[in-house]
Design a protein around this ligand. Sequence first.
Ligand code: CMC
Length: 356
Amino acid sequence: MKLGLDDVVAAETILSHVDGEAGRLIIRGHDLEALAGRVPYEEAVAMLWDGLVPSSGSDLRALIGAARVRAFARFAPMASHLSGLTPVEGMRLLLASLPDTEKDHAALAVGAAAVAAAMAVRGARGFSPVAPDPSAGHAADLLRMLRDAPADEGEAAALDTYLVTVIDHGLNASTFTARIVASTEAGLLSSVVAGLCALKGPLHGGAPGPVLDMLDAIGGADKAEAWLDDAIGRGERLMGFGHRVYRVRDPRADVLKAAAARLKGRNNRVAFAEEVEWAALKALAKHKPGRRLDTNVEFYTALLLEALGIPREGFTPLFAAGRTAGWAAHAIEQERTGRIIRPQSRYVGPWPAEAA
Ligand code: CMC
């Protein structure tokens, strides 16, 4: 038995494939690099959902835009409940309020996730929500709802690149969770909420905020090597490094690094981050020889989202907003198998005393 189910195959999927040895991510027959930065998020969603989600053949940009409006109408009265919650908790609260019986539930989930992410990030800081514009592209509208200022073309393209990059990624912890919930026929929106709950932990989707905390603590490139050496020496895990499946560099890291480097502005710390990354890889090779630890998606996620002016506590909600399309597709795929996921545990506790 493997505690972390390493290498256990628990589902068949047509959605995505992660090749951990080659550092390759295939999404519905396309390499990540052929999609991210080349198609808007809605087009990637349509491709991912093709033949699986009933609405995938329709105009998804319009359907998801309408879903943002529908979700905003439901969520706006709850805005006052968001202060005192972290953004990811606020997002969980909002999404959990959606009934599983809603029509076009997959498109609603995607629209609602963006609205909930933006509203929860603003609400946690005491700002009022910004209403969606259904005619705008999903990424541009998400940025506008977050910052209450229009996104320029380069910024919208960068967020599109990010959302497409994280749209799906094999049977990661949150996707497996979503599939387990779907296998009980609990419903698609419940599956998405369950996925969010699994994503929020620092070992999965909660890492990018702490990546920036680490860069802040390091302070300058000249201090990186000593700082990282100390941290690993104390047994700490470096956020943004290591992966259960990738034994080489996570291909998403390079896609996001290139997108972040293209963004101009005072928030852009990519050059500094590159020096920290180099020092981190050196320190990991020294302290964990033979472990094959490399950069994962979260490292440059942090740099990209920071350059877009998004506060670090909003990074996990944005990850969830992108991944919702994947969770929804996996939930439908799992439901179609008609089989509940129900593994076994091995009992290692005491046995009752035999009756005399
Ligand atoms: N920093 C330092 N040491 C590490 C790291 C790290 N980031 N990651 C793994 N190790 C060590 C680990 O301590 C272990 O060493 P030892 O055998 O001496 O105890 C060895 O490398 C093997 O690690 P593991 O525990 O078998 O790795 P895992 O597959 O259980 O964990 C992980 C994968 C992603 C949870 C882990 O690498 C980690 O905690 N990384 C930091 C958090 C992070 O960046 N998370 C985002 C993951 S990518 C987004 C996603 O797809 O979810």
